[in-house]
Write a protein that binds this ligand. Sequence first.
Ligand code: JHZ
Ligand code: SAH
Length: 425
Amino acid sequence: METLNLSILFYSFAIYYKKLITLNYIIYFIMYKKFLDLGLQPLANKYLSKKDLIKKKEHLYHLEVGFNKKSKLVSILKNISAEKMFDNKYPYRSSMSKTMRNSFKKLAQKVTKTFDPNFIMEIGSNDGSFIKNFDKKKIISIEPCKNVANITKNMGYKTYSNFWNIKLAKKIKSKVKNIDLIYAANTISHIKNLNSVFKSINHVLSDKGVLIIEDPSLLECFKKVSYDQFYNEHIYIFSLLSMKNLLKKYKFKVFNIEKLSTHGGSLRYYIKKDSNNKFRTSKKVKEQLNREMKFGLNRFLTYIKFSRNVENSRKKLRAILSKLKKQNKKIIGYGSTAKVCTILTFCKIKSDTLDYFFDTTPNKIGKYIPGSHIYVKKYSKPLTNEADYVFLGAWNFKKEIFNKERKFIKKGGKFITHVPIPKII
Ligand code: JHZ
Ligand code: SAH
């Protein structure tokens, strides 16, 4: 009898939970107007072992993107649990590129000089590329992936291996009172519940403190037709327009911005509490808003045009690759990014086209890219004659990679990119 009751309880919960998910989906469909359909996509950082391939154990999720006309926020429509994406096997490491290491170092020097913070907190610290530039006594970090958090813990930095939320904010506030600088790069765009994000930040940030958020820019994404910025981890792609609307609700204000070339074009937002009169608003804020309005980020038609550009981009890339394959050319990939997962799956590019990908990330090497199942090989030395053509998965690090591979290029080695239009370079 007891077992029966338990079963009924279990099934009722399952039905209720499923309904909740469906309800969430419907609400999203009402709030967001869909403009892009990237088909069924796996989780971009769930690399597969040979065993996984044999077991055919891979979940696919419908990747659709929508625009909220009121808030101007762009979001993917499907809700995937954070625990599934950010677990204890998360492979991404910020420190794999010199460009990012330099960018974090430069920012660390800048904030020290400009704001002279008493205490700093980083949300989404990954392998510590930013925090390592500070004294261990002056900074704490938050990193939910236990395997990654262990890296900074072992470096001696106080790291909370949790998701950022109000419970954690309260715990931190009870221990540290003077946090006057909070930094979150490529992280806030990954957190579904923005209400919780900003309420929790408000709780710990001192009244005269500064919040710095850095994420890919929607304007740059649209200009470059870099539709690979959309994958399941990137729940939102912000514009200044949407960021401004969002912050208003929590009595925060953007007082400065920086346009960055990192990650294919990002925006760094300098944010303060409304009540803080210490900082004047830079004219760069208005200039960026004007650029976004002029481009039409406030109009749905722009989104429809982007979606057409994406379709053309897919056709062009497929045409280039298929022409080269007909000529029996050997093509490999370079930089097994989360972004490239979207491209490969959406364009149906598999290992009969790209033999393998070179990458430097230990946890990706020897595994297979989600969706396309292309093998990832360890990159150990600059290219010589491994292939006739190299598809640039990490196109956002083109400068760094071209510098590293200058001998290959000099000898006539060719790269292929899809950004801003698919072409051989
Ligand atoms: P990279 C990830 O995206 C996921 P990805 C995440 N969602 C996000 O927002 C950004 O990071 C921040 C390799 N590489 O940085 C290393 C070489 O092999 O563009 C990486 O695997 N050789 C959190 O994955 C990949 O390329 C090189 O010389 O799109 C770069 O990944 C260089 C420079 C990189 O992020
Ligand atoms: N800031 C680094 C890392 C970006 S990767 C950089 O710019 O290179 C995004 C990181 O955010 C991952 O390490 C991930 O584990 C973390 N993250 C994801 N969701 C989070 C959440 N809810 N709270 C805090 N960190 C989160």
